[in-house]
Design a protein. Sequence first.
Length: 521
Amino acid sequence: MQKLKFRITTKSQILMSRSSGDRNTVSTADYIPGTTLQGIFAGLFFKNGRNEEEFFKLFFGGTLCFSNGYITVVNNSSYQECHPVPFSIQKNKATDEICDLLHKDYDSNIQTLSLAHTEGKYGAIKNETILLTNVDKSINFHHERDNESGTSKEGMIFNYESIEKEQIFSGFISGSDEELKSVRELLPVDGIVNIGRSKNSQYGRAKFEWLDNEAIMQTIEKDYPVGIEDISLTFLSDVILYNEFGHAVASAEILEKYLRTRLTNGKACIKKAFIKTGIVESYVAKWKMKKPSDICFLAGSCFLLSGLTDSDLKILAAIQETGIGMRRQEGYGRIVFGLQDSDDLKRISPENSIVDDETGIPELTRQILHESIKDYILRFKRIQALKDEKEFTLKNGNRITKSLVSRLEAFVENSSTLDEFKNQVARLRKDASEKLKDLSFDSRSFYDYLIASQFSAKDIIENSKNKKLREIIELSGFYDESVQNKSVQNDLFKEYYLTFFRSLRKSLKKPESIKKGVENG
């Protein structure tokens, strides 16, 4: 089985509806369920003209599984995927100390609070630290619409809770090489998909991208000492287990029985457990009805397993790979062993500024500086483009046609990189390219100028006469970012050429007498 990681960026508010206690409020889940992702790709499958036999084979007849997409924290250009915080991780009410009660025994007189309820529902645990975060949500008020009159019904108001835009969620799709290849081919070129409820109004727009080279969490593979007997088991998604009568049951006993049937010595037992249960409900748009509900372990439930042998660790790795329980194709049953291995944890908050030891500039300040510097550079290129266009018009007059200028402008708009733009120019028909070669600019033909043009933020900065500005730019580390980050170069090329060609089109619209006046100075 192979795994292909994905990242989803919300481009508008999205609504993943779930049951709410308020009849006038539609609540949202704070993650993207695997069932939703499965539905998206199922819809794309039929849009691509595939048949039902292929559909059944891909989505129900094989090993294709869609994980939930959980919030991802972006920090200093790095991405940290988070997961539901285990329920055993608690905060001392008096001292704010964070500990994992799965490993640490606490005095019953000491009051603790669940970290998931007080600090952050999602987190990332690593090297005795925990990074905490929540998903940003908002509530919008809507009037119920009268479909006959096309107006709002008086006094009929309802609320939509939704996930805010510009947040990132990560997960993976697992299956065979052939299955993953088929799924990859379904995604539109621009990666834009519609997610959740009310997709035809203001909600649901998101960008989906594949992450081929990023590793999936495989905690069980770390080196454990020989003879280890205890290991943690953490549920990263809701888990559905059936008993021998085919009924969904959420208890430590049923999980223990499930594990014993898969391990070698059959003596594994649950030493400690922190469990919360819930009910799984999902709506199938094709059926226009809900699936039968099931009782489940909620994500964040965790256990301390005991009585394991060294040979059991390899079996646990295989169990972790496939997940456990029912409906794993829809994102249920995702687990990890060995994630929780520390008594005490140090909190790292994504909201706190991270200070660079050498410069002393807080990370948030650095990001603001980088955006300001980028704006300065783009403004510089816009001004330069306007000056260059005037020089071009003085030398060439109206010898370039408006249609050719419009075509070059379209090349810029449709190119994501400078190289793509140059390739499109190079593929122009002979008559168009000859016209460009017949025009002069910057002591060469305009065609050669377009093909050879380069854009560098560093050159602009180094040529700046503002010494103080150069010092601030160097201190902020923008040099390194602009050299490594190709998007800065691409923004510069687009800003320059779009300004140049739009200004040139306006010049070509001027009356001939005005053009001659400009040419004569």
